[in-house]
Write a protein that binds this ligand. Structure first.
Ligand code: BEZ
Ligand code: FE
Length: 297
């Protein structure tokens, strides 16, 4: 007896005929890149449907899932980014577009919580702006892959507070635990932030339900976001991850790369700080030397 997934030559011809017809429908597309994207998408989509022998109920469930993702999406909640992230599609697109280049710092996911109007901070300033969490001293340099300092690089930093929430999740207009500063003439930078802690991606929508259904955790590995730009360099979007993260390297959006795991040194209460600031309780410190690839690579 034929197994469920065996398909007769006659049936295969019907299915392949449809693929060919849909592919041919793009023959007149005037934009060659759009044509390439559409033809490949159709081929892969049909291959998926045929490989898993997708049922009509399953297809209806997928449409319902996408409909719910659309309904929950607004100016601050972007369910489609979460879907792309949790399927590894964001990370793969980043890999494809940020080719490894002569020791340049690796890129990772952007995530949905960057805002363009972060507050400026001075060198050594504090970007927590009152957000709860353990203080963390962050310092390093920005250089090119030739080792020369890059002065005036814009360094954007954003992170969740110790309760796992970004400022904009409290209130779209709130600004805390984020800021930007510029590298000095010697490429150096330093600031106070918060020691990162693990937190779940927003999981009260369809993507959370999908993770639940497949038995996956919604937690992201602890991290601190950076975006570093300089006119002579390729813009870098990345994070650093503490090596002693309680949840290890597991990350529901697949953003952890070995080179981005850093030692956050714990400092007991009373340990003098690098800039003489008096900190009430324990704090941590980390060094992150950022190497930017040249523009255009
Ligand atoms: C974040 O790190 O902010 C993030 C990244 C991907 C999905 C959700 C959150
Ligand atoms: Fe994040």
């Amino acid at each position: 007896m034929a197994t469920q997934r065996e398909v007769s030559p006659e049936q295969q011809a019907v299915e392949q005929g449809l693929v060919d017809a849909v592919v041919a429908s793009f023959d007149t597309c005037p934009d060659s890149r759009l044509k390439e994207l559409m033809v490949s998408l159709v081929r892969h989509l049909h291959a998926f449907i045929r490989e898993v022998r997708l049922t009509e109920r399953e297809w209806a469930a997928a449409i319902e899932f996408l409909t719910l993702a659309g309904h929950i999406t607004d100016d601050v909640r972007q369910e489609f980014i979460l879907l792309s992230d949790t399927l590894g599609a964001s990370m793969q697109t980043i890999n494809v577009n940020n080719q490894a280049y002569q020791g340049a710092t690796e890129a990772t996911v952007f995530g949905p919580f960057f805002v363009a109007d972060s507050p400026p901070i001075e060198a050594g300033g504090d970007l927590s702006f009152g957000a709860p969490g353990e203080p963390c001293w962050v310092e390093g340099t920005v250089t090119g892959t030739d080792g020369k300092p890059l002065a005036g690089a814009r360094i954007e930093i954003w992170e969740a507070d110790e309760d796992g929430l970004y400022d904009v999740q409290y209130d779209a207009g709130k600004r805390a635990a984020r800021g930007h500063l510029f590298s000095a003439d010697d490429g150096g930078y330093r600031f106070w932030g918060l020691t990162p802690t693990p937190y779940p991606i927003p999981n009260d929508g369809p993507v959370g339900a999908m993770l639940d259904a497949v038995g996956r955790s919604p937690l992201r590995a602890s991290h601190l976001h950076f975006m570093v730009s300089h006119e002579e360099a390729r813009t870098l979007v990345t994070h650093i991850f503490p090596e002693d993260d309680p949840i290890g390297r597991k990350d529901t959006v697949f953003g952890v790369k070995d080179s981005l795991i850093k030692r956050f040194e714990r400092q007991p209460a009373g340990t003098p700080t690098p800039d003489g600031r008096v900190v009430d309780g324990a704090w941590s410190r980390v060094r992150f030397d950022i190497v930017l690839a040249p523009a255009g690579v």
